[in-house]
Structure formats: C-alpha cells, structure tokens
Design a protein around this ligand. Structure first.
Ligand SMILES: [Zn+2]
Length: 307
C-alpha cells in the first residue's frame, strides 16, 4: 500500500475518545450508566450505554467489545491500552494483564505499532488534544502511560499548559478542577461543553485527534472524591459540546480499556466488555470489531479505503 499524502486523503475525520475504566454493566442500580446521568449520549445512541444494548446503523455503532483478550485475570490498563493503540494482543504477548504504566515488552510494541505513528506514516495529520504540565516532563524517573508512549512514537508535539490557557488543548480532568488544585491555579475552570468544543475545533486541522480521560477510572478506584454520576455528567457535557460543533465528515469513536466505573460495588476493574461507540460516517468501518485489538486495523482500513 503506497503512502497517501495529506491532500489525497479521504475525507474522514476521527475523534478518538479514550475513556479509561468504563465497561458495560447491567441496566440497573448501582450502575451509574443506568441512571440517566448522560442525557446527551443517550439521545445520540437512542438508549443507555449498558450490557446488551447494541445498535448498527449507517452512522451509529454501539456494541460491547472484549477486554479479556483470552488471558486470565482482570483486564488492566497497560496491556488493554497497548492493545487498543497498537492492534496487538499485548496481554497475550506479555503473558498476563499488566496494570498502570507499560513495562517490557509493551513499550517496544507501542514504539513500533502506535496507531498515531501508523496514521502519520499514511499521510494523516494526527494530534493528541491532551495537555501535559511542565512538571510532568521534569520528573526524575518518568513513567509514561501507553497513550503517552503511543504519541511519542509518532514524534508529534505534546500540548502544554499555555495551550490549555489559549483554549487549544484539554486536560484529562475535562474542566481543570484537578489541574487547578494540583499544578496550575491560574487556569480558569471551563465547562465540559467548552472542553468538547475545543476537541471539535481541533478536527478542522487534523484527520485524527486523540483525547484521553481517566476520570472514570480514578473515580471507580475512589481516588477522586466524586460520585460515579458526577464523572459521567462531565463526560456527557463534553459530548454535548463536541456534537454542537462536530464537522459533518467527522466521527466520534469512544471506547475503553477495561470496566470499572459501571460497578461501584467494587473498587477494582471488572470483566465486563467495554463499549465501542462510533457516531458518524465511520460507523460501518468498525462493525466487525470484537475486542480491543480490532480498533487499530479498522482505523487503518478506514484511512486507506479512499471512501
Ligand atoms: Zn485503565
């Protein structure tokens, strides 16, 4: 397959919304997805994001995909995210589910097969919307998440606090509440809607925009003082702002690395499938995806298809 130049690219634009720690649980209490905390999402997908709810239409795909990957034990972040961002079954390669920050053999998988790197090599303009603090880069013993390593592999710039201030980036907490308390009190609070509009604006200049939030996972682990529905309300506001301004040729792809928040009875991850939601003209391209490893090949086919 020859490499396509940007001018020859098909017209797809993708916002890849990676939401750490959301699975599909039963449509009942105490699952916060069963509480109407996400009116925007529920209107967009015409239902609740719960176990058993599936849709396949020309511009809408909702399905559960497997995060267990044929490997025993609870699905974890490092292997799940690596699978999602490389298309390689990282848990099988590692022989187990690996938590948190990738260690051998995962970084080399990300360095070689990063989705952002592969899209860039095909002529796509790719970016990460997330801002990183200066302090993040000044740590003495840096450990990076899989998403960060996938961005590094593409050799593209990381967004900064100055870009957050200018409205050209989004922090993982969506609204700056954590950022203000932890490192940047000068940042104004923004609404989740504004965060979503910032993401939509980036799609004017880029074919592929990655944004990750680990808000739901941190709330699920009780490492943030918010209730599960409060995390979902922020996410829903972001979707609301995004769809106010989403370009017509753009699609949202929202997925996760493992379940967590959908089961507030436990602080740990779950075995539940994770949602794959695609809204927009790219929906059909993802209909055959059945587990975390299927997202990257579907994305690469989408940008090679010339549709
Ligand atoms: Zn995770």
């Amino acid at each position: 397959m020859r490499s396509l130049r940007s001018e020859e690219m098909n017209s797809h634009r993708i916002l890849f919304l990676f939401v750490d720690g959301i699975g599909l649980g039963p449509n009942r209490d105490p699952n916060p997805f069963a509480t109407d905390a996400m009116p925007t999402l529920e209107s967009l997908i015409a239902g609740r994001l719960v176990l058993g709810y599936e849709r396949q239409e020309p511009t809408l795909l909702v399905k559960g995909i497997d995060a267990i990957l044929g490997v025993s034990g609870l699905p974890q972040s490092a292997t799940g995210q690596t699978a999602l961002l490389t298309g390689v079954n990282a848990a099988q390669v590692a022989g187990c589910h690996m938590p948190a920050f990738p260690v051998r053999p995962l970084p080399s998988l990300l360095a070689e097969f990063s989705l952002l790197k592969q899209l860039k090599a095909r002529g796509c303009r790719v970016t990460s919307a997330n801002a990183y603090s200066d302090a993040y880069w000044q740590r003495k013993r840096p450990r990076h998440a899989a998403t960060t390593l996938a961005i590094m592999a593409a050799d593209i710039p990381f967004r900064t606090t100055a870009q957050l201030l200018a409205g050209d980036a989004v922090y993982w907490d969506i609204t700056h509440e954590v950022a203000r308390a932890s490192y940047a009190p000068e940042l104004p609070l923004i609404t989740p809607e504004e965060a979503g509009q910032r993401l939509a604006t980036l799609l004017r200049d880029y074919h592929f925009v990655l944004y990750e939030t680990f808000l739901p996972d941190l709330v699920g682990h009780r490492r943030l003082p918010w209730r599960p529905v409060e995390a979902l309300q922020r996410l829903d506001g972001l979707l609301n702002g995004l769809f106010m301004m989403l370009p017509e040729n753009a699609s949202l792809i929202m997925t996760s690395d493992h379940g967590n928040l959908e089961d507030p009875d436990t602080r740990s991850h779950t075995y539940n499938p994770v949602p794959l939601v695609v809204l927009g003209p790219a929906a059909a391209a993802f209909s055959e995806v059945t587990d975390l490893t299927g997202v990257v090949p579907a994305m690469l086919r989408l940008f090679e298809s010339g549709e």
